[in-house]
Design a protein around this ligand. Structure first.
Ligand code: NAD
Length: 334
């Protein structure tokens, strides 16, 4: 048994896109379904993404009683913390919503963990914590200077984790993911509303949206569109297990990037998905979205060194898996 069968793993936000893939990955690696407790308010989660036998505890991290109850009812010793609001654009309009959910919700979780003597947590942080750094590979040593409240909320929670490590001996790894993409285990990326680039491109290529709105084509990049680093959601899920295993033997509070180390522009992605779909994607250009850096590419050496983790899947595999999942979802035929 991977993590011993005498205790349970709490997965907050486990019904969401990345969290549900991590739950499937835990089962694949031999964790028993009844050892996994998914805690999700289902605002953006999909219970149908969860494998049979996994326990779904519907609750909200902002409600201390909900959080207290889940720890009271289950002997939880490990936490994978995915639950958060994650729309960069919305965070620029409603910063309080992001600071409240992503920080206060996290503090309620940490307080309940300390109370229950649960002292291992893997936190879904984000490359949004870094802000803008031009065309460089961003390492964990790169200065963090977020340019949107979403990224700031992630950075603040990382700082809070450092204090809980110092004061309460809570071990943590904050995984700063770059852009999650792709589909695995028969589930995929479904956000409502959908603001993520790859699902939007696929939906437009399928004719489900009339036009793809390209947010800014005048960035300081070779083709003027934003460059991002994409990482397969199954690779991300696997990294969580490696990180959790690492915490069993190491008394640390650390930050680790998860990315491929390669960047692709929005225009390049449009071209790749047009090739998959076999048709052009109608595109219109709109002003850039406030809070979007021009380039975000991961330096991923630390993940390889510390966690022995490297991405296994290419961008082509991410796009193909996403395309096939979306086709299945809506019965689309090319
Ligand atoms: N998707 C990405 O590319 C990406 C990149 C970097 C970081 N992240 C981080 O990874 C995590 C998961 O992202 P995702 O894309 O799967 O998002 P998602 O919206 O699909 O999943 C988040 C889940 O958390 C739940 N949730 C939110 N607030 C909650 C609360 N207060 N109480 C209980 N449940 C709550 C939602 O219902 C949802 O199921 C987030 O923390 C996000 O910031 C994602």
């Amino acid at each position: 048994m991977l993590f011993g069968n005498d205790h349970k793993i709490l997965v907050t936000g486990g019904a969401g896109y990345v969290g549900s893939h991590a739950v499937h990955c835990l089962l694949e690696k031999g964790v028993h379904p009844e050892q996994i407790i998914v805690f999700d308010n289902l605002l953006y989660g999909h219970p149908e993404f969860l494998p049979a036998g996994v326990i779904l505890h519907k609750g909200d991290l902002l409600c201390k009683e909900d959080v207290r109850l889940v720890f009271e009812n289950h002997p939880i010793k490990d936490v994978l913390h995915f639950a958060a609001y994650a729309y960069v654009g919305e965070s620029m309009a409603l910063p309080g919503k992001y600071f409240e959910n992503n920080i206060m919700g996290g503090i309620n979780l940490l307080e309940a963990m300390v109370q229950a003597q649960c002292r291992r947590i893997i936190f879904s942080s984000s490359c949004a914590a870094y802000g803008t750094h031009g065309d460089i590979d961003i390492s964990e040593e790169t200065e963090s200077k977020p340019i949107n409240p979403y990224g700031q909320s992630k950075l603040i929670f990382e700082t809070i984790l450092a204090w809980y490590h110092r004061i309460h001996a809570v071990r943590s790894i904050s995984l700063r993911y770059f852009n999650a993409a792709g589909a695995a285990y028969g589930i995929g990326e479904r956000h409502i509303p959908e603001t993520h680039l790859i699902p939007l491109l696929i939906q437009t290529a399928m004719g489900r949206n009339e036009v793809f709105t390209l947010l800014g084509d005048d960035y300081d990049t070779p083709d003027g569109t934003c460059i991002r680093d994409y990482i397969h959601v199954a690779d991300l899920a696997r990294a969580h297990l490696e990180a959790l295993k690492f915490l069993y033997d190491h008394e640390v509070c650390d930050v680790i990037n998860l990315g491929s180390g390669e960047g692709k522009s929005v225009r390049q992605l449009v071209g790749m998905i047009e090739d998959l779909a076999g048709r052009p994607i109608p595109t219109k250009v709109a002003p850039p979205r406030p809070g979007d850096p021009a380039v975000l590419i991961a330096g991923n050496g630390k993940a390889a060194k510390v966690l022995h983790w490297k991405p296994q899947k290419s961008l082509a595999e991410m796009l193909e898996s996403a395309w096939h999942w979306h086709c299945q979802e809506c019965g689309h035929r090319r």
